[in-house]
Design a protein. Structure first.
Length: 671
């Protein structure tokens, strides 16, 4: 007989395999957990059977998920989004539950009129079951949708804010639903009494904890943090989370409510971001175990034995939610295109839907024979989500002529602003790095055009006279409208490798001669970005360490000239384009004429050196110049060597004195 340890090890091994496979397919890991749960469960390979120990451990995943949700619910955020959260979000959840109940009652009446008996389609489902089912179907996948929106830089877009508002309320609505569903199995009077008692307890507990809890939590975390022990801080974090979960459970409420309150209390302290980082591993691993146990409940046979029912349960809720959310978004002031995008992003089932469905089944509200088709349908809808989001723009453009017109107007606005710019720098992202770069470019009288997706930032910066427009730099239309083909360089200022690679691909395909500079956090993805076509990759960690070294060496008494020389040598090793870089701010002063400088020479089609090796074309020793680097016409930088064959469009970066550079340029460009 398998022990709890045996099962846990099996779950962990299966989780690793599932996550790796789904990552390779570029699908969310949550779907991998569900898939391996199906495979190892009693209805497939039967490698594992549900155990109370592992089930209880998996429930902690829901506890930590609610804790993380609580961290997001700080009062200023809720206040700024109140119309979207408590208007749009509340309407969506409430109307989904009401529509499910109404559909059940209408179908039950129809079947009764036609002479059928035994409840809805013989399932034995009553109105309480319909309410629980409506709550489960109202949920959408926060994990999948938020991850994909972040990758696509859509969190600050019009539809992105609406999606986040609805998701926030859905997460918030889970708390009362976790209390409501167990009470639905009681009689009407008992249910009323249970809900009233739960409401009184929850209200009293919230008042006590939120009134004095914030000050106590802040004082306690300060006390723990002063000990300067990561181990103690982590232990305290687990104690607070599980302690409050235990407290609410013993008050007759749910574990998840206590974890949610703990997250809300910590969200108001300065330790919020540290806590988010520390809790993430526990949250991800335990939530993964929970989804494996959900997958184990799915009967694989239902997919082909009841395929019509599964298909109906997968498609009808998706179509209904798409229509409902689109309509509500329109009523709350969104354009047709924004409303349709919001509906497409949220039409699927969600992780909390599994939690509520599992709870409803345990409370005998949903019959066992119905649970498996419902689970299969929810999994199918979540599997379809990444593809729906990826093709959402095409769908919207086909359906909504208004959105097509608005996008055309947006591209026209970008093109109008960029029409008179040439040899400009195209800045992708106008955060701190982008704004600092624009100031330096302005001082040198170099034109630039910036694209950004934060409407508030764009509005304020444009009002201040900055050359910035609202546009998605990862879309070809925006890049072309901003004058990609006429640009002198493209600079990607946000450290998102996936989006940077997408932009690099677009630039490489449509403007191969334009060099691209990419900012990253560190050099972990350096080779990957260079292979994708980045001319220069600038890791913040490297530059930060160089500046730190500069200040440290200067403080301990090393002469500034030597410090600058040492730092420059380090940069030479890191960035090929800086090799041989001269020291001094002004090339044209008399004192600087004998110092080395850089000069770029681009080879035209008439140059005699085309097709010859670098060594045969240019005697570097005789001309007293150094070839620092060679950039191919498509933007790729290669290391210079004597055997390198020169091609049309190559740009050679030469280092030397002015008179030597002039002679070398004449030799190279001789036609």
């Amino acid at each position: 007989m398998a022990t709890t340890l045996d099962l846990t090890l099996l779950y962990l091994f299966a989780a690793v395999i599932g996550v790796v496979l789904f990552r390779l397919m570029k699908l969310p890991p949550m779907l991998g957990y569900l898939a391996v749960g199906v495979v190892i469960g009693p209805n497939a390979l039967a490698l594992a059977r549900d155990s109370a120990g592992v089930q209880y451990l998996a429930e902690f995943g829901v506890v930590f998920l609610m804790f993380v949700i609580g961290l997001e619910f700080n009062l200023p955020k809720l206040k700024s989004m109140r119309s979207l959260v408590f208007g749009l979000g509340l309407s969506q959840v409430a109307l989904t539950i009401v529509a499910t109940l109404a559909g059940h009652l209408a179908l039950s009446a129809t079947l009764a009129y036609m002479g059928h008996h035994g409840g809805l389609l013989g399932w034995g489902i009553n109105w309480q079951s319909a309410v629980a089912l409506g709550g489960a179907l109202a949920m959408s996948s926060t994990a999948i949708v938020v991850k994909m929106m972040a990758d696509r830089l859509e969190l600050e877009t019009e539809h992105g804010r609406r999606v986040m508002g609805i998701l926030l309320f859905q997460d918030l609505a889970v708390v009362p639903l976790l209390v409501l569903i167990p009470a639905l199995g009681d009689s009407a009077s008992e249910m009323t009494r249970t809900l009233m008692m739960a409401g009184i307890k929850a209200t009293g507990l919230l008042i006590v904890l939120l009134a004095g809890g914030q000050k106590i939590m802040h004082w306690w975390l300060n006390l723990v943090a002063r000990r300067k022990s990561e181990e103690l801080f982590m232990l305290n974090l687990l104690l607070v989370t599980l302690g409050l979960a235990w407290l609410t459970e013993h008050f007759g409420l749910s574990l998840a409510l206590g974890a949610f309150i703990a997250g809300m209390l910590i969200a108001e302290t300065e330790y919020k971001h540290q806590v988010e980082t520390d809790i993430r591993p526990f949250h991800d691993v335990l939530l993964g175990l929970f989804f494996i146990t959900i997958g184990m409940k799915l009967d694989w046979h239902s997919l082909y034995e009841q395929w019509a029912l599964v298909l109906m349960l997968a498609s009808l809720p998706v179509i209904f939610k798409l229509g409902l959310i689109t309509t509500l978004s329109k009523l709350f002031g969104a354009s047709t295109g924004v409303a349709l995008r919001t509906g497409l992003y949220l039409a699927q089932a969600g992780e909390f839907g599994f939690v509520l469905l599992s709870l409803a089944t345990d409370e005998k509200l949903i019959p066992k024979q119905v649970e498996s088709p419902l689970l299969a349908a929810m999994v199918l809808s979540m599997l379809a989500t990444p593809f729906i989001i990826m093709f959402s723009n095409r769908i919207v453009m086909r359906v909504s002529s208004t959105d097509w017109l608005m996008q055309s107007l947006a591209m026209t606005k970008i093109a109008t602003k960029a029409i008179n710019t040439e040899r400009h720098v195209l800045i992708c992202g106008y955060g701190r790095s982008g704004q600092n770069l624009s100031r330096l470019l302005e001082k040198q009288s170099i034109a630039y055009m910036a694209l950004d997706l934060d409407p508030d930032r764009v509005r304020q910066a444009a009002a201040a006279g900055h050359s910035v427009v609202f546009g998605d730099a990862s879309r070809l239309q925006s890049l072309v409208a901003a004058g990609l083909s006429r640009a002198a360089a493209v600079v990607i200022t946000f450290p998102n490798t996936a989006v940077a690679k997408k932009i690099l691909h677009l630039v490489h395909e449509h403007a191969p001669n334009v060099p691209v500079l990419v900012r990253t956090i560190d050099d972990a993805n350096l080779d990957e970005l260079q292979k994708a076509g980045a001319t220069v990759v600038v890791p913040e960690a490297i530059e930060g360490s160089l500046m730190l070294a500069t200040q440290a060496l200067a403080l301990v008494g090393v002469p500034m000239r030597r410090v600058i020389r040492m730092v420059q040598d380090q940069r030479v090793a890191r960035y090929g384009l800086l090799r041989g870089y001269f020291h001094g701010a002004d090339d044209d002063s008399v004192d600087e004429l004998e110092l080395q400088r850089l000069q770029s020479v681009t080879l035209g089609a008439n140059a005699l050196c085309i097709g010859q090796t670098l060594g045969a074309s240019l005697d570097q020793r005789e001309l007293q110049v150094i070839v620092v680097s060679v950039r191919r016409a498509e933007g790729r930088v290669v290391s210079p060597s004597e055997s390198l064959i020169l091609q049309v469009g190559d740009t050679l970066v030469l280092s030397g004195r002015p008179q030597d550079l002039a002679r070398a340029e004449g030799v190279l460009l001789k036609g």
